[in-house]
Design a protein around this ligand. Structure first.
Ligand SMILES: Cc1cc2nc3c(=O)[nH]c(=O)nc-3n(C[C@H](O)[C@H](O)[C@H](O)COP(=O)(O)OP(=O)(O)OC[C@H]3O[C@@H](n4cnc5c(N)ncnc54)[C@H](O)[C@@H]3O)c2cc1C
Length: 402
């Protein structure tokens, strides 16, 4: 039994993907004493996946109670990373839910029924607290929410992984995952960097965590799993303050006076963040379908400018120029219900995966990493994951090659 326990503690886990999910999983595995090899196809850091960028919203205010509860696990882990590293990773500016009455009721119900803090602001109380949101009649504020400094989070996670002895290999692409008769898993690798690194290679591990973002579908279909994943190109747009008499209108758009927000009605879903890296940012949650490997050429042909968002800016933020000043490209991978997929292979239980983060996965990273680290090392996940199971998309899952 002692030997089995020892073996349990010292598994070698290959983690595919060095975005927020791969890094958080590696961190959690290493903290539990496992050996980790982290494999990334591009040079690290890079901006071709979903995790790069200055900032990401973090919040309890979810329409789905399961995700709000998952944040109970994620928030303390982000705080722990802050205290372990001495780095500031989080700005607590709150998050305003704005939009239709149905949306606000839904958010209030989830927060209240889970005993999570909320404040209802309307009229004068909204205007004096957040002057730039005065035009909205009502707001449900999640006061615990705010901004994660995404690039700094990734850098801090990489340092933590290195400190704990994790091995990160970049410019290495996993081309196939092959379960072996003895229960181990062989990964076929090819160098994607210099010619010298381009020779084929393989790695054997006790278990594999796939955290491959928009590329997950390719690797999973090689394992006989066909999941309904849809990578789309997303443009984060930064909107500039109008200038009066040559000077910028002094905005109350700093995080002290302006929270992150999510606006939702029957037609629109808009994420917004306060002034940080550029003056003001509003991020649209839609875009064209995308093959992540031919991203650049495809994107050049796609329009990024979304008239609906410009109309939104004109209506609600008349002090902003209704045309984005800066645009940045990124990828989401959507699922049909916009929920994540976190599961294990039905036949090979030591192959586990996260994918389909649908544009809201950053904040959840440490919670997902903790659950995947349990699953990859043969432990039952410490939270019921049915709501994130691959099996909820019954018609999308095939097992031809299992
Ligand atoms: C503009 C924008 C705004 C967002 N805003 C928010 C927000 O406010 N709040 C929030 O919570 N979330 C937000 N998100 C979503 C969040 O950022 C993503 O859900 C999250 O980053 C997904 O991380 P990941 O690790 O799964 O994927 P990625 O970051 O894409 O990482 C996957 C990695 O795997 C590597 N890889 C893939 N295949 C292979 C292979 N075969 N071999 C080796 N390496 C491989 C890739 O190169 C990549 O580095 C936003 C996303 C975008 C794009």
């Amino acid at each position: 039994a002692a030997a089995a326990q020892q073996q349990q503690r010292q598994q070698h886990v290959a983690v595919v993907g060095c975005g927020v999910n791969g890094l958080c999983t590696a961190w959690q595995l290493l903290e539990r004493g496992h050996r980790v090899t982290l494999l990334e196809q591009f040079p690290v850091p890079h901006s071709r996946g979903s995790s790069h960028g200055h900032s990401r919203i973090t919040r309890y205010a979810y329409k789905e109670a399961e995700y709000a509860r998952l944040m109970r696990r994620a928030f303390p882990l982000w705080s722990r990373l802050e205290s372990l590293s001495g780095q500031r990773l989080f700005i607590n500016c709150g998050m305003a839910s704005l939009g239709s009455g149905a949306y606000l009721r839904n958010i209030s119900e989830v927060l209240e029924s889970n005993s999570m803090p909320l404040e209802r602001l309307s009229g004068q109380s909204l205007a004096s607290r957040f002057p730039r949101l005065a035009g909205f009649r009502d707001c449900v504020l999640d006061p615990s929410a705010g901004i994660l400094l995404a690039d700094r989070c990734l850098q801090t996670l990489r340092s933590r992984v290195a400190q704990l002895g994790g091995r990160l290999r970049d410019c290495v692409r996993v081309t196939a995952i092959e379960p072996q008769p003895d229960g181990s898993v062989r990964l076929r690798l090819s160098g994607s960097g210099t010619a010298a690194a381009a020779s084929a290679e393989e790695l054997t591990a006790d278990s594999v965590v796939l955290a491959a973002g928009a590329w997950a579908g390719q690797l999973l279909s090689g394992l006989g799993l066909d999941l309904p994943l849809r990578p789309i190109g997303v443009t984060a747009m930064y909107w500039r303050l109008r200038r009066a008499d040559g000077a910028a209108v002094t905005g109350d758009f700093r995080p002290e006076k302006f929270p992150t927000f999510v606006y939702e009605d029957e037609k629109l879903h808009v994420y917004g963040l306060p002034e940080l890296e550029y003056p003001d940012m509003i991020c649209m949650h839609d875009g064209p379908d995308l093959d992540p490997d031919i991203r650049e050429s495809r994107e050049q042909r796609e329009p990024y400018y979304l008239p609906e968002l410009a109309d939104f800016v004109k209506r609600w933020f008349p002090d902003l120029v209704p045309e984005p000043a800066v645009t940045e490209k990124c990828i989401y991978t959507l699922t049909p219900d916009s929920g994540l997929i976190v599961d294990r292979h039905p036949s090979h239980r030591n192959i586990v995966f996260v994918c389909g983060c649908s544009g809201h996965g950053f904040k959840l990273g440490p919670a997902i990493g903790q659950l995947l680290s349990e699953m990859a090392t043969g432990q039952p996940p410490s939270q019921d994951l049915a709501f994130m199971s691959a099996g909820r998309f019954k018609h999308g899952v095939t097992s031809a090659k299992l």
